[in-house]
Design a protein around this ligand. Structure first.
Ligand code: FE2
Length: 577
């Protein structure tokens, strides 16, 4: 038996993953366990949980892989330091820190309080973007494809174009910091009041409300190069070697101001975080998404020239831009995507482990990742004891009764907390830790926002659709099992899907095939049999917090909010009145 532990540590999205004989068996983000969003410290709880779920101990681990390598791209770091002598000290400090982080064995002994004498594992540092690429390519069943990873930065790189062949990832082109599409996106988000780490998705949702009022401003922000791009430094404050990011003592990501005064000169004062969203802000969001897509497609076209395949594996935080992912299938020569569901840095734990299994140890045991359910699960007896602890009245139902009762509630316009099976890996709730509702019930979006989610009214909710009905409802038929593509909704369905139809008549859909999640599939199927609509509205099970992980968090969220029903394991709980 070969046991590989992958970790992402001292980077946003701290996480751990366990691969046994080539198969990913557990993967968890630390934020779900310690409840600190995008936690960037050491993934102590998730490492312990991975071992507990797999029934293993530290002594059973053969290899530990981390998605960072401080010795990578040293020539570029040196070049940067020479150009920015004031940052030299900072860089030296970061490198000193990184070297400490690279001593994985000592870190694990210290942080996990394990007995050094029992440990037999070898350690591997996998360069950040190789780990991202591995996280996508090695979950596909392809022997060959193009690979792209785009993010803010990691190991001094913001984009990697690769040729993926057999068990190898061959890097072809790197874009080095400070040039970064991720940083550009974050800088503009920050200007319009979305400055928290991870706010980018909200601005993507805001973009279709705007118009192309600031075309030249955005065009001047960067320029294309052969196979890449360069940022215009006049638009940004010098980022430093850390691209303007820092981790505070609580393990939270802090983003320093990234945009220069040129923004204020051209666009006026920045929006305060909770200030009114004006037409200017909508238009800035539009301009950002437009220019981002332009360069996304430029990178993809460049990659296709280097690797003329119709298949592409994708990861890195920018690969979560589901709007661009939908359009790329129409605007570039690529026809099939395989995107890691944890495309952000949380995915590095799995990617680093997959890289070691496939490219270093050449285990030759690659498995296709059919779904993202790699987290923890709870037995009915445990859930029952938790319901009793909270004095909740419940009905214990058979599978069929549960599907019948839940779909009746959804049909009547009630809001359901749905907690089933193993937790999802990655930022999206995909039918196991989800809040579910009718996708076409009048005002359902407002109901959800007022009663539970308290989100900005412009942000869309997502549709989960039966895979075989997708092309009838949406204009594109490429599957989207991890909710990473946005497609146009066909005109005849827009009214019936009013709660999941965004202002530009699109939906960020999750396609559900029966072999990926039988219970969730059967639920949508039953809803379809009652209403003729093969779609359920799916949003994450949380209220301004990381997605619920354990039953008690689901119960507390149910009690705290105005959710109508909680369906947890085999148990059905409905609030009175
Ligand atoms: Fe990254």
């Amino acid at each position: 038996m070969s046991v590989i532990l992958g970790i992402n540590t001292f980077h946003a999205g701290s996480s751990a993953a366990l691969i046994i004989d080539g198969e990913p068996v557990v993967a968890l983000a630390e934020e779900r366990l310690n409840r600190v969003k995008y936690y960037a410290g050491f993934p102590k709880l998730s490492i312990n949980k991975c071992l507990e779920i797999a029934g293993l101990s530290f002594a059973d681990i053969d290899s530990v892989a981390v998605g960072r390598d401080s010795s990578a791209n040293l020539h570029k770091k040196l070049e940067f330091a020479l150009k920015h002598p004031t940052k030299l000290l900072n860089l030296a400090r970061m490198r000193g820190k990184s070297k400490t982080f690279d001593d994985l064995k000592s870190l694990i002994i210290k942080e996990c309080e394990t007995d050094a004498a029992k440990l037999k594992f070898k350690t591997y540092n996998v360069e950040h973007h190789l780990a991202h690429t591995a996280s996508a390519y090695f979950i596909s069943d392809w022997d060959k494809c193009a690979g792209i990873t785009i993010d803010g930065s990691g190991d001094f790189v913001s984009c990697l174009l690769s040729d993926c062949v057999g068990d190898e990832i061959r890097p072809l082109k790197k874009i080095f910091v400070p040039h970064s599409l991720g940083t550009l996106y974050t800088a503009v988000c920050q200007f319009i009041g979305y400055g928290k780490y991870g706010d980018e998705g909200k601005v993507m949702g805001l973009a279709p409300l705007g118009t192309d009022s600031y075309h030249d401003f955005f065009e001047n922000m960067l320029k294309p190069t052969e196979n890449g791009f360069e940022l215009n430094p006049a638009y940004f404050l010098p980022f430093g070697a850390n691209q303007g990011m820092e981790i505070n003592d609580a393990g939270e990501m802090i983003v320093h101001r990234l945009y220069s005064d040129l923004f204020i000169k051209n666009l006026g004062e920045p929006r305060e975080r909770h200030g009114e969203i004006t037409r200017r802000d909508n238009d800035v969001a539009f301009g950002l998404q437009r220019v981002f897509e332009k360069y996304y497609m430029h990178l993809l076209d460049s990659l296709h020239k280097l690797v003329p395949s119709e298949r592409i594996s994708m990861a890195g935080g920018c690969a979560l831009n589901s709007v661009a992912n939908g359009k790329m299938l129409l605007e570039t020569p690529f026809r099939e995507t395989c995107i890691q569901p944890a495309a952000g840095d949380d995915g590095l734990a799995l990617g680093a482990a997959l890289y070691v299994s496939n490219s270093i140890l050449k285990e030759g045991k690659r498995r296709v990742m059919k779904n993202s359910y790699l987290g923890d699960e709870y037995s009915d007896s445990f859930i029952k004891s938790e319901l009793e602890r909270y004095k909740l009245s419940y009905k214990e139902l058979s599978r069929e009764e549960l599907l019948e009762a839940t779909t009746e509630e959804i049909k009547s316009g009630n809001v359901i907390g749905w907690f089933q099976g193993k937790m999802e890996w990655g930022p999206r709730a995909l039918g196991n830790r989800s809040i579910l509702a009718h996708p076409g019930f009048p005002n359902m979006k407002d109901i959800l926002n007022a009663r539970i989610k308290h989100r900005e009214s412009f942000r869309p909710f997502a549709p989960s659709v039966l895979r075989e009905r997708q092309s009838e409802l949406f204009e594109q038929n490429h599957p989207s099992p991890f909710m990473l593509h946005v497609y146009k909704i066909r005109p005849e369905w827009r009214e019936r899907l009013s709660a999941v139809n965004h202002v530009d008549d699109t939906g960020r859909l999750q396609t559900v095939a029966r072999d990926e999640n039988p219970l969730y599939y059967d639920l949508i199927k039953k809803f379809e049999s009652k209403t003729g609509i093969p779609v359920i509205l799916n949003t994450s099970f949380n209220e301004n917090e990381p997605i619920v992980c354990q039953p008690f968090e689901a119960i507390e969220c149910f009690l705290r909010t105005k959710m109508d029903v909680l369906v947890i394991g085999s148990f059905f709980c409905k609030k009175d009145g």
